[in-house]
Design a protein around this ligand. Structure first.
Ligand SMILES: Nc1ncnc2c1ncn2[C@@H]1O[C@H](COP(=O)(O)OP(=O)(O)O)[C@@H](O)[C@H]1O
Ligand SMILES: [Mg+2]
Length: 309
């Protein structure tokens, strides 16, 4: 069957309201002025989808939003970025989620109202939809609670239909980091950051975390912020530094990194070259506020990729 899309993203849909400057609130009805405010594409999954589309991958998205201002904003933005949203489920009467990001230098605090973020289930993702894509990517595992029980079986269905799979759990707000063993066995490319990899593997240092996670997943890539990233496939290991950039904010850096890595993976590149493109994409995305505004095109990113093959 001819595949219409490179990646099906099953994910959450919410805008980010980003406030930057001296953003620590003071209660007692104290009003403070901040340096900047922006309403941007939020959600790890949607930022990933926009970043992958920007690199030239054909992306379709399934998720649930409300028929409300935030939902309409997100669908319009995703369409503008070239993401197919024809499978998104719009729930009249439901409320689209929102994240408020308080940005202070390179650090940030996030307040999220989930709304419909947890609502997508594995049954919403039909075999017909899976058949249209080459690869299935899921992000924000811990926020998408309704999809969790069905996820191992969804990844199995995807494999049976010839798709490869990837997962970026992102942070677990509950701090429990549970429910992983059956799922990780089905993940071809696992993309946590350093803190997440340590929490999930219960390892003390990153080298043992990557070894341990590699026993379940074919490829493990761990993002190390300003220190770049490491990757492991079987016995093959690789490390790449981040690119030095004039940093504005790191919102969505990990998601844009994922887009770069999966571009290489789906085009049959070596792990080193995929990792290099990933790190370049992550770093370049930090040049402007929000997750999507500085995501590079392939031509722009390739100027910094040093590997061939
Ligand atoms: N301060 C930074 N300077 C340059 N590049 C960065 C910086 N922070 C992140 N990056 C790039 O973005 C990638 C992902 O960032 P990271 O913060 O580790 O992921 P996540 O957003 O998932 O926590 C890094 O591997 C790196 O390439
Ligand atoms: Mg992340």
């Amino acid at each position: 069957m001819v595949k219409t899309f490179d990646i099906l993203v099953a994910g959450e849909i919410n805008p980010d309201l980003i406030l930057s400057g001296e953003v620590v609130p003071s209660f007692g009805q104290i009003e403070k002025l901040v340096d900047s405010a922006a309403l941007t594409v939020g959600s790890s999954s949607a930022i990933f989808a926009c970043g992958a589309a920007r690199l030239g991958l054909r992306i379709t998205f399934i998720g649930i939003c409300g028929d409300d201002t935030f939902g309409r904003f997100m669908l319009a933005e995703m369409n503008t970025h070239g993401v197919d949203t024809s499978s998104v489920l719009v729930r009249p009467g439901g409320q689209t989620g929102l994240s408020v990001i308080l940005n202070r230098g390179t650090d940030r605090a996030i307040l999220t109202y989930p709304g419909l973020i947890p609502a997508l289930t594995a049954d919403d993702i039909t075999d017909d939809l899976l058949r249209r894509a080459r690869h299935l990517h899921i992000a924000s595992y811990f926020l998408q609670t309704a999809i969790q029980p069905g996820l191992p079986n969804l990844y199995k269905r995807a494999h049976t239909l010839g798709l490869t799979t990837s997962l970026d759990t992102n942070w677990d707000p509950s701090g429990k980091w549970r429910g992983f063993d059956a799922l990780l066995q089905q993940v071809d490319v696992f993309l946590p950051n350093e803190k997440e990899a340590l929490a999930i593997s219960k390892a003390k240092e990153i080298e043992s975390a990557i070894q341990q996670l590699s026993e379940s997943c074919k490829v493990v890539v761990i993002k190390l912020g300003a220190d770049g990233a490491i990757a492991c496939r079987g016995k093959e290991a690789s490390r790449i530094p981040a690119l030095k950039v004039d940093l504005v904010d790191t919102v969505g850096a990990g998601d844009t990194f994922n887009a770069g890595f999966l571009y290489g993976y789906l085009n049959g590149w070596s792990m080193e070259k995929s990792l290099s493109l990933a790190a370049v994409c992550g770093s370049l995305s930090t040049r402007a506020a929000g997750g999507t505004s500085a995501q590079p095109t392939l031509d722009e990113a390739m100027k910094y990729v040093t590997f061939s093959g």
